[in-house]
Design a protein around this ligand. Structure first.
Ligand code: ADP
Length: 265
């Protein structure tokens, strides 16, 4: 089974220590949710993992291979990123947008090969966007666009899928649709999937494990039950919550009760 190992990552922007000694392992077939309040380092962590940012300390290993030794192109063959607010401003067709996912495999002069088209078709099929192939991406709904961006990431044939707030702009129906899709892909393809989320209820429902960040440090790591305790949430989010289980489905539910005044100590 594939493993993504993050060992002792620290990252500093000019004046801000955004990550401090972050260590965890995620395995193929699992969704690891990265949670924590605004500014706790979630996006920075995803960017350090795919080397958009270079951590000052620490290593990222895919099956014992250090990604520092990989080129941008090789990294893009290993990891697909679904960014927050993927800027969709140019009216590429869906097919063109997803073909861009094949970029890391292209030769400098070559156009797309039959194999590229085959893989793109498969990505469109998996994300249920095949019927949209010739539509301009700018004309699609938020949920459809998000599926296309996921298709583009899949076209990279990654082992690791990184999703930054994949459901933040979607209505509840499309939130469930996207997360069901991510779960199915993760299982079927044996992907290591990391996703950041502000929605503790969705994270509890769809993630196998959660990593809770507090000001750039790992505060808790474990199953949703282990991580989403009232004490952890009080400390990290400064909110009093009630955590229950839904009577018939058993799904964990976090109900915010009140915010706690004052700064974190
Ligand atoms: P999150 O995704 O959890 O909201 P971020 O990773 O975006 O957190 O940010 C972590 C910390 O790093 C915050 O204090 C934020 O202000 C800071 N930060 C993020 N991006 C930059 C940047 N480009 N330059 C300087 N500081 C940044």
């Amino acid at each position: 089974m594939m493993q993504l190992r993050i060992k002792g990552i620290s990252f500093r922007y000019d004046s801000i220590q955004a990550l401090e000694d972050v260590t965890f392992t995620a395995v193929g077939g699992e969704i690891l949710g990265i949670i924590g309040p605004n500014g706790s380092g979630k996006t920075t962590l995803l960017r350090c993992i795919n080397r958009t940012l270079e951590p000052q300390v620490g290593v990222v290993l895919i099956d014992d291979r250090d990604v520092t030794h990989l080129s941008r192109r090789e990294i893009a063959q290993q990891m697909g990123l679904v960014p927050q607010d993927a800027a969709i401003t140019f009216p590429f067709t869906v097919l063109e947008a997803v073909l861009m996912g094949r970029h890391p495999y292209r030769s400098i002069l070559g156009g797309e090969t039959p194999r590229d088209l085959e893989i793109v078709n498969e990505a469109l099929r998996l994300t249920n966007t095949l019927h949209l192939a010739s539509r301009p991406i700018t004309e699609l709904s938020g949920g459809e666009q998000q599926r296309v961006i996921i298709a583009r990431a899949l076209a990279q044939e990654p082992d690791v899928l990184l999703l930054d707030e994949p459901t933040s702009h979607l209505d509840i129906n499309h939130q469930l649709e996207i997360l069901e899709l991510v779960r199915r892909l993760t299982e079927e393809r044996g992907l290591v999937t990391l996703l950041t989320s502000h929605d503790l209820n969705l994270a509890a429902r769809y993630c196998d494990r959660l990593l809770m960040l507090e000001r750039g440090r790992v505060y808790a790591l474990g199953t949703p039950e282990e991580v989403l305790t009232p004490a952890n949430i009080r400390r990290v989010y400064r909110v009093e919550v009630e955590v229950t289980r839904h009577r018939s489905t058993g799904i964990l539910q976090v109900l915010p009760l009140s915010s706690i005044e004052g700064d974190r100590v």
